[in-house]
Write a protein that binds this ligand. Structure first.
Ligand SMILES: Nc1ncnc2c1ncn2[C@@H]1O[C@H](COP(=O)(O)OP(=O)(O)O)[C@@H](O)[C@H]1O
Ligand SMILES: [Mg+2]
Length: 456
């Protein structure tokens, strides 16, 4: 630990106690002390009286002693700083003192200050620092079945591997939000700050940062100048505290009618923000949820990056059966066909279960060979996704919808009238949107979606 680092640490402790950083005299006293100088020499170098240096020194030792709960003096100042550093060696920039980080010289996070503008919760016990939470936008968790493996993976990535950015993707209705709610409920106590933000209203980066800024510094006067737009300021908070930030409905950041993951005009600065979240050191975790991901995130998924992508498939049969049971559809005739037809998508299953329940159980008997019914709310969901596609993606989807079996690239190339590079771009984009599945070099679309397209 060098002199500058010791001074930084002392500055943070003093700031935590007094709300003020070291002034020039105090800094000079500490610097001189660390260099083994007596007060007289420090005073001479500063060209001031020895008594003022002595006074500044004794005030500092008092502040440090009170804040650290142990006697700190001119003789043990260096060893105290070194001991603090080594006891926090695993923590960023040796600056964690009494659970308060202040690497950047900002106002330290003050979890006990209530936020009158937004419902937040603070929980505490005598061992742990209080958790600062804003889960006002997190949906309530209803029935939850299956997903044990997915929860294990996510928990491992976040808590054991300290991944900074986790992307949770999958077709609409597959259960991304629900899984994330369950995850947050299970791991939130491991974080100092937890916030759930929906991007449904398409906030600009500046608006989003503003929201987080108020969350992290609730005591700040709203009339004071806002955080500058640009990614760096927000990253400071993620460095200061261990935060879990969930961003749901991320697809609202991207353009319609383009290949997947192209930012809408005015939203491009999210790109550098997500890059910062990935590249800069911090101790927080972002969970990004959506059926479309930023391109820079979609292409990363290696062992070596702090990004992980989980693409959700349908729930297993047992969970699917449990969902049907909740609608009074236990032991339904055609149950297997129904579960296969909707490929374990919980929303699709709920939608059709509700239709069957309302119309009467006999409805599946009417379509013994066509278990894929398309209730109106399901059509609406498909329409929303269909309208976002680019023209080349629509062509490929129409082509795939005509196939009852998965097809390979060669066959697709024979049957679509577009340059091969367009076809490849469309396939990449559709798989990023989770609208097509690729297995053993064969492509296929979800059967329910295929049926919707066939009816267009
Ligand atoms: N594991 C699950 N068990 C039971 N119901 C689920 C499960 N996952 C999702 N659902 C239900 O399916 C519907 C769609 O889930 P949601 O999480 O909103 O999907 P997504 O965010 O992927 O669009 C919701 O009504 C939700 O309650
Ligand atoms: Mg969702």
């Amino acid at each position: 630990m060098n002199l500058k680092e010791m001074l930084q640490l002392a500055d943070q402790i003093v700031f935590t106690k007094t709300g003020q950083h070291l002034d020039d005299l105090q800094a000079a006293v500490l610097r001189g002390t660390l260099q083994g100088q007596i007060y007289k020499k420090i005073a001479r170098d500063l060209d001031c009286s020895e008594s003022s240096v002595r006074n500044a020194g004794s005030q500092l030792w008092r502040i440090l002693s009170e804040e650290l709960g142990e006697e700190v003096s001119k003789t043990n100042f260096r060893s105290t700083m070194e001991r603090l550093q080594s006891s926090n060696a695993n923590v960023l920039n040796f600056s964690r003192v009494n659970n308060i980080f202040n690497i950047c010289g900002d106002t330290p996070h003050s979890p006990n200050i209530p936020n009158s503008n937004r419902p937040t919760e603070q929980t505490s016990n005598s061992q742990q620092p209080p958790i600062h939470q804003d889960l006002s936008e997190m949906p309530e968790l209803g029935a939850f079945y299956g997903r044990t493996g997915e929860l294990e993976n996510l928990t491992n990535w976040i808590l054991q591997q300290s991944c900074r950015l986790i992307a949770l993707t999958g077709i609409s209705g597959i259960g991304k939000t629900t899984l994330a709610v369950k995850l947050v409920q299970q791991i939130k106590d491991e974080f100092e700050c937890v916030i759930w933000c929906s991007l449904e209203a398409s906030p600009t980066l500046a608006e989003f940062q503003d929201r987080l800024h108020h969350f992290f510094s609730p005591s700040e006067n709203p009339d004071t100048p806002k955080i500058k737009s640009g990614p760096l300021p927000l990253i400071k908070y993620l460095q200061k505290s261990r935060c879990l930030v969930v961003l749901d409905d991320a697809h609202h950041l991207f353009s319609s009618g383009e290949l997947a993951g192209k930012y809408k005009a005015g939203y491009e600065d999210y790109r550098s923000f997500f890059q910062q979240v990935e590249k800069l050191y911090h101790q927080s975790c972002f969970v990004l949820i959506g059926w479309e991901l930023p391109r820079e995130v979609a292409k990363e998924n290696s062992q070596t990056t702090p990004i992980k992508i989980l693409q959700l498939a349908g729930v297993d049969r047992e969970a699917g059966r449990a969902i049907l049971r909740d609608y009074g559809l236990a032991n339904l005739k055609n149950e297997s066909a129904l579960l296969d037809g909707y490929q374990g998508n919980p929303f699709w299953l709920k939608s059709v279960a509700s239709l069957i329940q309302e119309v009467g159980l006999g409805v599946t008997d009417l379509f013994p060979n066509h278990p894929i019914l398309l209730p109106e709310d399901l059509k609406d969901v498909f329409q929303e996704q269909w309208e976002r596609l680019s023209e080349i993606e629509k062509q490929v989807m129409c082509r795939l919808a005509q196939e009852s079996e998965p097809v390979n690239l060669a066959k697709l190339l024979e049957n679509v009238t577009m340059p091969p590079s367009d076809l490849l771009n469309a396939l990449q984009s559709l798989s990023r949107r989770c609208l097509i599945e690729k297995q053993d070099n064969l492509y296929r679309i979800y059967r329910a979606f295929g049926q919707y397209i066939a009816g267009l």
